[in-house]
Design a protein around this ligand. Structure first.
Ligand SMILES: Nc1ncnc2c1ncn2[C@@H]1O[C@H](COP(=O)(O)OP(=O)(O)OP(=O)(O)O)[C@@H](O)[C@H]1O
Ligand SMILES: [Mg+2]
Length: 360
């Protein structure tokens, strides 16, 4: 699949934008704070309904305006589709696909598969577990609509169970209702655990070779899913640890406490890896993600590379360029001399200046 064109109206610092993209490598370059990342953000939103920066809807609307529009025309299996997202200041956003409004955002997932790679992603190994969970969740949501439903149901029930635990601190008469929430939590939670298990297993099948090559055979990488609890033991653990949860007035067990670790030659890279090793693992993780998505959707995802090339050394840059040569890539940078040095084929170049984009 590839993006043919993007139109923005009152999105971030764009009043109006209308650009078309080539099937392969597209470069957006310009000075800082001109609007390069904003373009990638709008594409990411039209794929996942959310901002990659975690911004609220009203923050992406151009300051002083009431609403904003993102229109993306994509080509998938030789058929054109249009995604039209209408973002409003105080109401939920509306989305239409090929002119027909969709009622649930989940209906949008999977239509446009994008992979976002930013310099912050290079810190995923050393950051906290919530970012690693977010990485898995964002990917699984795009690949599997049911995952999104199970995960959001899980979080709803978790919030309700946690409110009940707080009430139980002073009103013990509600104790019997706890079990009702436990059953629901286990139902959705175990599905989340099983999907994450499958995801880590598939990533492991791919990442080993990628990382081995990136490190010239020096490092054997393995991803380990550190689950808070096994799916089939979730119910029993909730019962066993009921008093712990009552003490903390929140649920201490479940996939909301999961993490993943990265073993380099058997040693935990989160704790013992050098900065360079951790960044290489993060790069392997992204490259494995591209390969996995390709395999799962049997099509090419679109890669959004936000100023990440300048963060990599020449060897790693060359590996990444080699990995992405067949898929549509939209790259932002402040200058593209490095790509020319790497002899990368560039299909189109745009200069971004203060919310305007011109083709070179
Ligand atoms: N809601 C908004 N309305 C208007 N302008 C906005 C809004 N949100 C952000 N901006 C402006 O967008 C610009 C930043 O855009 P962006 O993050 O895309 O820059 P960039 O070109 O990627 O820069 P860098 O190279 O530093 O990453 C800033 O000038 C900021 O003030
Ligand atoms: Mg930027």
């Amino acid at each position: 699949m590839y993006i043919k064109s993007l139109k923005l109206n009152n999105f971030r610092n764009y009043e109006n934008l209308d650009i078309s993209f080539e099937k392969n490598t597209n470069i957006l370059y310009g000075d800082n704070a001109q609007g390069k990342t904003n373009i990638l953000e709008s594409i990411y939103m039209s794929s996942t309904t959310r901002s990659h920066r975690g911004s609220k809807d009203r923050e992406v609307i151009r300051i002083g305006q009431e609403e904003s529009h993102i229109r993306v025309c994509i080509n998938k299996c030789d058929v054109d589709h249009e995604i039209d997202m209408h973002i409003k200041k105080s109401k939920n956003k509306g989305v239409a696909v090929d002119g027909v409004s969709i009622h649930r955002t989940t209906e949008l997932f999977g239509l446009l598969n994008v992979i976002f790679f930013s310099p912050e992603d290079l810190s995923i190994i050393k950051n906290g577990p919530s970012e690693r969970r977010r990485f898995i969740d964002m990917e699984l949501c795009q690949l599997n609509k049911l995952y999104y439903q199970n995960l959001s149901s899980y979080h709803k029930i978790l919030n309700q169970r946690n409110s009940l635990l707080k009430q139980l601190a002073y009103n013990k008469s509600l104790m019997d209702t706890l079990e009702v929430w436990d059953d629901q939590l286990v139902l959705y939670g175990s599905r989340v655990i099983e999907e994450r298990e499958r995801f880590v297993r598939m990533m492991n099948e791919i990442i080993y070779d990628i990382h081995y090559n990136l490190t010239s055979g020096k490092e054997k990488l393995e991803i380990v899913y550190e689950k808070s609890v096994e799916a089939d033991k979730f119910k029993d653990t909730l019962v066993d640890k009921k008093n712990v949860d009552l003490n903390y007035t929140s649920t201490q067990t479940g996939p909301h406490r999961d993490d993943i670790s990265f073993l380099i030659n058997g040693i935990d890279a989160r704790k013992f890896g050098s900065q360079g090793q951790q960044r290489t693992v993060a790069l392997s993780l992204k490259m494995a993600e591209i390969k996995l998505v390709k395999k799962m959707i049997n099509d090419d995802p679109i890669l959004l590379l936000d100023d990440v090339m300048s963060e990599l050394d020449s060897k790693r840059r060359a590996s990444l360029i080699d990995e992405i040569k067949d898929i549509q890539t939209i790259i932002t940078c402040t200058g593209y001399d490095d790509f020319i040095k790497e002899q990368m084929t560039i299909n189109s170049v745009y200069k971004v200046v203060n919310g305007t984009v011109s083709k070179e």
